[in-house]
Design a protein around this ligand. Sequence first.
Ligand code: ADP
Length: 264
Amino acid sequence: MTIVVKIGGAVGNSTEPLLAEMSHRPDVVLVHGGSAEIDQLGAEMGRPSEYYTSPSGVVSRRNDPSHLEVVVLALAGKVQTSLVAGLARHGVAAVGLSGVDGGLLRARRKEGARALVEGHVLRVANDASGDIESVNADLLWLLLGRGLLPVVGPPAVTAKGEIVNVDADRVAARIACALGATDLIFLTNVSGLLRHRDDPASRVRRVSRAEIPSALEWAQGRMRKKVLAARDALEGGVGCVAISASDAPDPIGGALNGTGTVFA
Ligand code: ADP
């Protein structure tokens, strides 16, 4: 039984409950984002983050070469290293990997990303973002087999050796499929998928496959990426996907018990 857990990186996420729980949960692969750290480092470096919304309503980070550099520095240098150190404090031996290491995440450069700006559809210039083509699952099995917990984050690498940013929620879904994971859990800064984004009491407990189109209407902005990733994971054979709060005690156990939103 392998579980893939993606820990959110936006403001309002907590990592400590997850790190503490990891000391008694073997066979987990951890995936991380890091949007708050990227935004903060970008501001400090005079390269503030830019976002755009696609014609279908999905919000993405702008990944031109100068912003991509900030992404790499923040994810590898700050987020991943502090997760690995935090796990060490709880007695868990972990190895941090970007998708570039060992060709873990192979991607194709995205062609033709489009942004909706004031009613006009514009091409996104100099875009270094990609779609994942394959996962080097052997590398993950090698680490798991040695009792080492993989901690994985973007970016990914193309066949030509170019670095491209990829969405961390999609990374988690692809890794879950490649490992034949039983469960995929997104720990985030809200209690689950909310029927009405601004009403915390409107959490949706369960979403069947047939209800995913409705879930895509309720989800706005970056939550849409989680719902799309949940759909991909279910289609790829993962038994159960959950979106749940990262600041709850034992957040993995909670998510498995349905304290958030379960897609199955
Ligand atoms: P993380 O970094 O934790 O992965 P994201 O910022 O990528 O988090 O996505 C979670 C955010 O999605 C929430 O904080 C919320 O603002 C937003 N969101 C939009 N629509 C919804 C919805 N229907 N239900 C829950 N959250 C939503």
